[in-house]
Design a binder for this molecule. Structure first.
Ligand code: NAP
Length: 246
């Protein structure tokens, strides 16, 4: 894969899938802006990348806070000149059957998982278009593709990311800016560690490959979509899920 000194911003880079994406892009020579909610987690990832000889900085930004994202993006664009790769990965779950789901749980998941894509893409997407080169990769979920009982809020946000991505792919295509979705299945991170052993066993039974994926397996797909070689791919949804959603 070819990367020519690109600058990438990865949200939710403090742990799990986002950390793997940040490390993989840094290993390909990108300068990586690691964003997470707490300064501690993204700071540790950026420090580890730097210690390994890569280029990374950390910024604590609540991605659900529109004005905070706009201010952070403006400052980062001034500091770096351009941000050419945007990976909207930060996400949360607030699972529960609809009858018991509170409006607060609905709002938190929509704002963190879906509205965050709007905030970051609005702030960084147009400068990318002006530079005539860009890659936007949004991390959705198998739940957004096939739905999941107990995840109406999460599946709605993740399906929303797909419609959002296809729309901006059409808006930005003429400017050589692509936008694609990666839809992971069950991946071994803190998010799935919260699931009971019974739920994990039930999920594994639904995966043709009969195992949870590794965060690095998502990161490789993201890195390809961010590379020069993926120039003619836009508006697509890539399931990386051991065959779960086929
Ligand atoms: P994770 O281990 O729980 O890590 C989530 C990351 O998102 C953390 O770095 C966290 O920041 C950050 N984050 C959460 N809320 C934020 C906010 N308001 N502002 C800024 N950052 C915030 O999650 P993961 O499993 O790696 O999942 C990453 C993405 O993949 C999510 O969008 C998730 O929905 C999606 N996904 C995961 C799976 C899976 O099986 N794991 C499957 C399908 C899709 P802190 O480090 O500061 O807490």
């Amino acid at each position: 894969m070819t990367f020519t000194n690109r600058t990438a911003l990865v949200t939710g880079a403090g742990r799990g899938i986002g950390k793997a994406i940040a490390e993989t892009l840094a290993a390909q020579g990108c300068t990586v802006i690691c964003v997470s909610k707490s300064a501690e987690s993204c700071g540790a990832v950026a420090a580890a990348i730097t210690a390994a000889g890569g280029k990374a900085v950390a910024r604590a930004v609540d991605v659900s806070d529109g004005p905070a994202v706009a201010a952070a993006a403006e400052a980062l664009l001034k500091e770096f000149g351009k941000i050419e790769i945007l990976v909207n990965n930060a996400g949360i779950t607030r699972d529960g059957l609809l009858a018991r789901m509170s409006e607060a749980d609905w709002d938190a998941v929509i704002q963190t998982n879906l509205s965050s894509c709007f905030h970051w893409t609005k702030a960084i997407g147009w400068p990318m278009c002006r530079g005539r080169w860009g890659r936007i990769i949004n991390i959705s979920s198998v739940s957004g593709v096939i739905g999941n009982a107990g995840q109406a809020n999460y599946a709605a946000a993740k399906a929303g990311m797909i419609g959002f991505t296809k729309s901006i792919a059409k808006e930005f295509a003429r400017r050589n800016v692509t936008a694609n979705v990666v839809a992971p299945g069950f991946i071994k991170t803190d998010m799935t560690a919260e699931l009971s052993a019974e739920v994990q066993a039930g999920a594994t039974a639904l995966i043709p490959m009969q195992r949870f994926g590794e965060a690095a397996e998502i990161a490789h797909a993201v890195a390809f979509l961010a590379s020069e070689e993926a120039a003619y791919i836009t508006g697509q949804v890539f399931s990386v899920d051991g065959g779960m959603a086929m």
